[in-house]
Ligand binder design. Structure first.
Ligand SMILES: O=C(O)CCC(=O)C(=O)O
Length: 283
């Protein structure tokens, strides 16, 4: 029995590869999270860059709480089962009036995970709409196998390697996922998706949380994840602790070690081995 999604929603996710919009929190709560992020950015000297955009749930308690939010975990558990790891998190921030974009891609391309049972919860901390570069998806494209991609390393492309699908995408079929602050979309790791730049006068902020069942493993080396629900009976990942305070020294050191190791998997074969390498810094 699903806990949170309806049977038709589960059928729709399996058929189309996404669901949106789904409520997580009210607009006031989302705005408070945005204010926390922006207070951190004020203290770190500007928009989060480099490795701070990845696995930030290890550095900031408000994000450690967000990845465990029942309004996210209940629907994800309906899709992936009761034992859940948060494998990664990524901020997708498009500053106002900037060329940053996301090319059409499948998330699965460089992640190295053993099975495509991966669901992303993309949580909007601002509106995400046709005026500011909302994410769009190609429905049912997740039913294809892995598609070939080419790396562009375009510095305005927010993806790690600026990767894009190396086949024609039928853009007429694209569906934009319009979200209000505090809403989320869910998408499958093989779903083709992307997003255009943000010409509006405000930032567009999304926090992407990547969930996997505990049975999945990393094919490309050692990796880490956070147990967010249930039990880990497999032990495939180094389990991550929860931060008590913003940017604790020990968590900063752990975050550096784990993101460097993750970068070596994501950038394998390119010569880049950390998110602070100039070729890896995006925006
Ligand atoms: O934020 C975007 O526009 C794209 C996000 C994305 O590609 C993802 O969450 O996998």
């Amino acid at each position: 029995m699903p806990r949170s999604l309806t049977e038709p929603q589960i059928v729709a996710y399996r058929r189309d590869g996404y669901l949106a919009p789904l409520p997580v929190m009210g607009a006031a709560e989302a705005s408070a999270l945005r204010a926390k992020l922006e207070a951190i950015e004020a203290g770190t000297g500007g928009p989060l860059r480099g490795d701070l955009r990845h696995k930030a749930h290890l550095l900031f308690p408000f994000l450690a709480e967000l990845i465990r939010h029942p309004a996210i975990l209940d629907p994800v558990a309906d899709l992936l089962g009761p034992d859940l790891l948060c494998w990664n998190t990524n901020f997708f921030i498009k500053e106002a009036e900037t060329p940053s974009f996301v090319s059409w891609h499948q998330d699965s391309t460089y992640w190295g995970l053993s099975a495509p049972d991966v669901c992303t919860a993309w949580v909007a901390l601002t509106p995400s709409n046709l005026d500011n570069g909302a994410m769009a998806v190609i429905p049912a494209s997740h039913t294809m196998d892995q598609i070939p991609h080419r790396d562009t390393f375009d510095r305005h492309n927010l993806l790690t390697r600026g990767q894009e699908v190396a086949v024609e995408v039928d853009e007429c079929a694209a569906v934009p996922l319009i979200l209000q602050p505090g809403e989320m979309s869910l998408h499958h790791v093989r779903l083709v998706h992307g997003s255009p730049p943000n010409p509006s006068h405000d930032r567009r902020i999304g926090f992407a949380i990547r969930y996997i069942p505990t049975s999945i493993y990393q094919l490309e080396g050692s990796d880490s994840a956070t147990l967010v629900r249930g039990e880990d009976r497999f032990g495939h990942f180094e389990l991550e602790p929860r931060p008590a305070r913003d940017m604790q020294d020990d968590m900063l050191a752990l975050h550096r070690r784990l993101t460097e190791r993750a970068a070596q998997i994501l950038y394998r074969g390119t010569g880049v081995d950390n998110f602070n390498d100039p070729r890896a810094v995006r925006g």
